[in-house]
Design a protein around this ligand. Structure first.
Ligand code: ZN
Length: 356
């Protein structure tokens, strides 16, 4: 499931390739599957709410969109110029592989090109190129040939990477762990709850357009209208040379206190910590002043939604290849399954009263 979800193609605004995979893994484990009008998908597994009172709703969000590009121009010589969807670091773009998806759904292989260093003045060779200076080479002789292949302005360009279980198979390398790992966790939690008793209705939400400004989470949160909304997203890995922030791969659960878009609900964070201690799940804390996740929109929906973020440390996020650790995935799923089993109105009200 992780491989299928992470290798599906879906840049911001083009998430259908991912949501179809999500739908496949939700089917048979949820009572209902729905969408909002920006393409976010949700699957709900109804709880056994007591009596006539409606059950509280817990929604777990992962954003389906990955960073990529849109075709801006097809040059006369057949090279493609692109604009970014989401944040790219041009240091890591040169010579990487991409796939251009045409309107008809055909996938065309390309590489991000630039003049080799031998042909450049030494001072130019040392500089990092802007995205404007790079181009995609699909291996055609001119514009006509590119158009005959089906390429049009506005086509999606996604990063091309293999899924690899690394030397220590707990380390998984693939594209788009930001945030397909969150999507997979949301789906996995609902799947694992299939045979469990739970009072609350539990929603797995795959949101859209996070990388371009948390856009899909806004409409998805409005549509689902949860009582508790939890976003799962990537954070920086600290265990790489030169890193100052983030958490180490294999730490277990990462409880995010705050980032540039949200301050988590205090009681909810404490409660998550309590479950970890009770169940022997390893956990660490993380906090940032920058960045943002779906939580940044979720918590501001309506009159406010009880919310926090759980992070998955990922090496090399926003590059072609990122690396995560199975333990962080598995521990986060275990915590959320246990949490969802416990949610009732008393708990929701306790979280709501957090700052009173
Ligand atoms: Zn993300």
């Amino acid at each position: 499931m992780l491989k299928d979800i992470t290798l599906s193609k879906g840049i911001s605004g083009h998430e259908a390739g991912c949501s179809r995979v999500v739908k496949k893994y939700l089917e048979g484990h949820v009572d209902e599957i729905g969408y909002d009008n920006l393409g976010s998908i949700f699957g709900v597994q109804k709880g056994n709410g007591k009596g006539s009172q409606p059950a509280p709703k817990v929604a777990i969000f992962g954003h389906m969109d990955e960073i990529g590009f849109y075709v801006r121009e097809i040059e006369d010589c057949g090279y493609l110029r692109v604009v970014p969807a989401g944040g790219h670091w041009t240091h890591v773009l040169l010579d990487q592989e991409v796939l251009v998806t045409t309107r008809e759904g055909k996938e065309i292989y390309g590489v991000l090109g630039f003049v080799p260093a031998h042909g450049l003045a030494p001072e130019v060779a040392k500089t990092v190129k802007d995205l404007d200076e790079l181009y995609i080479d699909i291996g055609v002789c001119d514009k006509q040939e590119a158009e005959d292949a089906g390429i049009r302005i506005g086509d999606m360009v996604s990063l091309k990477t293999d899924f690899v279980e690394m030397e220590n198979p707990n380390y998984l390398c693939s594209k788009a762990w930001d945030d397909r790992v969150g999507v997979a966790i949301a789906v996995d939690v609902v799947r694992q709850l299939t045979s469990a008793e739970h009072y609350a209705d539990v929603y797995a939400v795959g949101s859209t357009q996070e990388e371009v400004g948390l856009r899909g989470a806004k409409t998805a949160a409005y549509t689902v209208c949860p009582d508790i909304g939890i976003a799962i997203d990537s954070t920086y890995a600290r265990d790489v040379p030169g890193a100052k922030y983030g958490t180490n791969l294999g730490s277990g659960v990462t409880l995010s206190v705050m980032d540039g878009s949200v301050i988590g609900n205090r009681e909810l964070i404490y409660y998550m910590e309590d479950i970890c201690k009770e169940c022997g799940i390893d956990f660490v804390y993380d906090l940032f002043l920058r960045g943002g996740t779906d939580s940044g929109e979720i918590h501001k929906t309506g009159s406010g939604i009880v919310n926090m973020t759980l992070s998955i440390p990922s090496r090399y996020i926003h590059a072609h290849r990122a690396i995560i650790h199975r333990k962080d995935y598995a521990d986060t799923v275990s915590l959320l399954v246990e949490f969802c089993k416990r949610v009732d109105w008393d708990l929701v009200n306790k979280f709501r009263a957090s700052n009173r």
